[in-house]
Design a protein around this ligand. Structure first.
Ligand SMILES: [Zn+2]
Length: 432
């Protein structure tokens, strides 16, 4: 007797018609045609059942603040930072908490159950930190929320940032952040990387830096981050977010750099939606794409995980907590449209992101947390193509979100009465 059985599931690795049996919030057994009963059974009818989506790079203190106090007119990263600087002093803890909780509701409906959020530590009042610590506790039963102490205005560039970042870590923020390309000079940026890695080593914390989020090919802080990671013995615990300057770097230099990043076992976190929106803004034509070298980094064996970064905030007016939208953009910008390419992109929204966040008990193996999403699509490729509708979201064996399939009634003479876009998948056996 189980608590829940999901029958006839297609899994991301290609297995079909699998039954998933759940007991005490964990995956107890998986197999075909399992003879057992459960308090609740769901027939997935050959649709994809996956571990939940994971967003390893987000800004929950700014989300849903679009238009406050005004819009970003130039659409640039720098105006976004300036605009956030206008909003930050008038933020209240209550408003930050309310917006973040609303975002988490949306995330759950999209099957997004783990989020790493940067939290701005620049303001001495630390309203953002207090607010997101409250949110982390409030959502703990349904979302794994990690917080990164993020000195948005620069660790050395902004007066008091050294003290406020340390205070945020004392308050219980999980991870050390940074923004070396925003410091006043290259050398101050490099010094900030060293200082922040030292703090992480001393406190036993991971590192996740906004690193080289610029089109400047000379922005090479990732090189310093890799070197300091090894110096302080932080291999596997460090993430380099964005790395957009790598798009514009000299190819010879990159041929040296990628092995260095691999040696340091740095998790790479591009943010395709934001990178394509904010980078290349100083170009006329041709315009650069402004996303890092995803294919080459994956081929070097690096763990590449995609983040959403922003939803309706000073930097990005779009977004819907849909990690499949992130993957959809990644396929286009990285030009990774092959079958194996798309499987890798799906992994970058799920297992790779879980690895970047260091999540325990994530996956479909026996003993893993029973955290699952049923999608209105047959397989990961179709899920990405359709940005598939979420039919059910399960956390620790309990259904926490459910939706009817999206099907359209068609009123055309001599044509089918209903359209389910998921049924337009390519044929399994090639026939002409
Ligand atoms: Zn960010």
């Amino acid at each position: 007797m189980f608590d829940l059985i999901i029958r006839n599931a297609n899994l991301p690795d290609g297995r079909e018609a699998v039954d998933i049996c759940i007991r005490d919030g964990k995956i107890a057994v998986t197999g075909s045609k399992i003879e057992a009963t459960a308090a609740t059974e769901i027939d997935a009818t050959g649709r994809l059942v996956t571990p939940p989506f994971v967003d390893p790079h987000f800004h929950m203190d700014a989300t849903l603040s679009l238009g406050l106090p005004r819009m970003n007119n130039s659409g640039t990263l720098l105006e976004g930072i300036a605009l956030w600087g206008e909003l930050r002093p008038i933020l209240t803890r209550e408003a930050v908490v309310e917006r973040a909780l609303r975002y988490c509701d949306l995330a759950v409906s999209q099957g997004l159950l783990a989020i790493r959020s940067h939290v701005d530590t620049s303001d001495p009042g630390l309203v953002t930190v207090e607010g997101l610590l409250e949110v982390r506790a409030k959502v703990a039963s349904y979302i794994d929320l990690q917080l990164v102490a993020f000195p948005q205005d620069g660790y050395y560039r902004s007066a008091g940032a050294v003290e406020t970042l340390n205070r945020a870590l004392d308050m219980g923020v999980d991870i050390v952040g940074g923004i070396p390309h925003f410091e006043r000079t290259m050398s101050e940026g490099a010094a900030s990387v060293e200082a922040l890695c030292r703090i992480a080593a001393e406190r036993g914390l991971p590192v996740d830096m906004h690193c080289d989020e610029t089109d400047d090919p000379m922005s090479r802080h990732i090189e310093t981050l890799a070197a300091q990671t090894m110096r302080f013995g932080l291999q596997g615990r460090v993430a380099g977010s964005h790395l957009t300057s790598m798009h514009s770097m000299d190819n010879y230099y990159v041929s040296k750099l990628i092995p260095l990043i691999a040696e340091a076992e740095i998790n790479v976190i591009p943010n395709p939606l934001i990178n394509i929106m904010l980078q290349g803004r100083h170009d006329t034509y041709p315009k650069r794409r402004g996303m890092t070298r995803v294919r080459e980094l994956m081929e070097a064996g690096l763990n590449v995980a995609f983040g959403h970064d922003c939803v309706m905030d000073p930097w990005y007016s779009m977004g819907s907590a849909d990690m499949l939208e992130v993957g959809h953009m990644a396929i286009h910008v990285a030009q990774m449209a092959g079958i194996d390419d798309k499987r890798k992109i799906f992994d970058a929204l799920t297992v790779n992101s879980a690895e970047a966040m260091g999540l325990q008990g994530y996956g479909l193996a026996k003993g893993c947390h029973a955290d699952l999403v049923i999608l209105q699509a047959r397989d990961p490729l179709e899920a990405l193509r359709l940005k598939a509708h979420r039919l059910a979201v399960i956390r620790r064996g309990k259904i926490i979100a459910r939706s009817a399939p999206r099907i359209t009634d068609l009123m055309l003479e001599g044509r089918p009465a209903k359209v389910d876009s998921a049924e337009y998948a390519p044929l399994r056996t090639a026939t002409s």
